[in-house]
Design a protein around this ligand. Sequence first.
Ligand SMILES: *Cc1c(COP(=O)(O)O)cnc(C)c1O
Length: 397
Amino acid sequence: MFISQRAKRIAPSPTLAASAKAKQMQAEGIDVVNFGAGEPDFDTPQHIKDAAIKSLLSGFTKYTPTSGTPDLKKAICAKLARDNGLEYEPSNVIVSLGAKHSIYNAVLATVEAGDEVIILSPYWVSYPEIVGLADAKPVYVETDESTGFTASVDQIREAVTPRTRMLILNSPSNPTGGVYDRKQIEQIAELAVEKGFYVLSDEIYEKIIYDGREHVSIASLGPEIRKLTITVNGFSKAYSMTGWRLGYAAAEKEIVAAMDAIQSHSASNMVSFTMPAAVAALEGPQDVVDNMVAEFDRRRRYVVDRLNSIEGISCATPGGAFYVFPNVSGLYGRSFGGKKIDGSAAFEEFALDEAKIALVAGHGFGADKYVRLSYATSMANIEKGLDRLEEAVKKLT
Ligand SMILES: *Cc1c(COP(=O)(O)O)cnc(C)c1O
């Protein structure tokens, strides 16, 4: 069967593969604690669901403009002004099938074959694949827990070449929870303006941030960097709406028009009757978000403490998102059931087989010394899962 080189280059999502295996074990009746989830464990707030139901019943079921309903684009502009200090008009905004789709369209609209895109590692698994689909080349800048998984501007400068077209920034980060502070973002903005590359700022976790940290939207730092920035956000994480598939991007009109053209021939508009629900999410009560973040924070502290108390594991405290990214390389070289743990994939297997907990190996995120655990699961599950991990690690030889 002929399959295109483009498709063959894509690695299947490691995060989805891990959760598929855990779900299969659960279906077989095995009690697996799932730390693999990349989505909040809360239900979508009722007032958001109600708005979709009302819209559907009223017959709002036809095509809309590709870039989204005027009402939703207006609500997004108000949100960007209120939360991010960004003054945009509706023609600067496009609504897409999740933030992932916005990132894909933004890269296709601005990155040429052969261009280089700087990706800060550990990275979200889809960035390199999306860059590859655009026939461009990912260039990685490595970070570790010693800097809270943030890159210095000097490191980024070293990675810049005449072919650099874009830097992808993701703060707070999936998988590390790393957060860039204002100073760092200012320095990155200066470098981008100096060298003239785009910044794709994936701000999907902006609301899930701890210890009074400030989320800084890089586009808000001045007119020059704003021209070069594509800000991406969505509803999945802040409003627990992963299945709704709603995200958006804001950028210069020319960029948004190019994204609109691409989207108009691939997906067209997003599901019409979900868009009034997205308006309700942005304009309705925000305490649902605050309550969720408070609960995540409680779990975050517990998970970090517990992991650090396990011999051979060290876990930095993440500043945002709902993941921890512990370094488990202190356990590499030890064995279970005759099998040696020689990397993060083997650790993932060990955790699932011996501790019956699902977590995600770091190698898919570009960091083989680490694994990712999501604490978007109940406190009872977290306690049970970490008890099991602690016991299983003790049995390693
Ligand atoms: C979840 C996630 C997204 C995608 O969100 P959707 O809106 O559901 O497509 C984008 N970026 C990162 C870093 C994520 O973790």
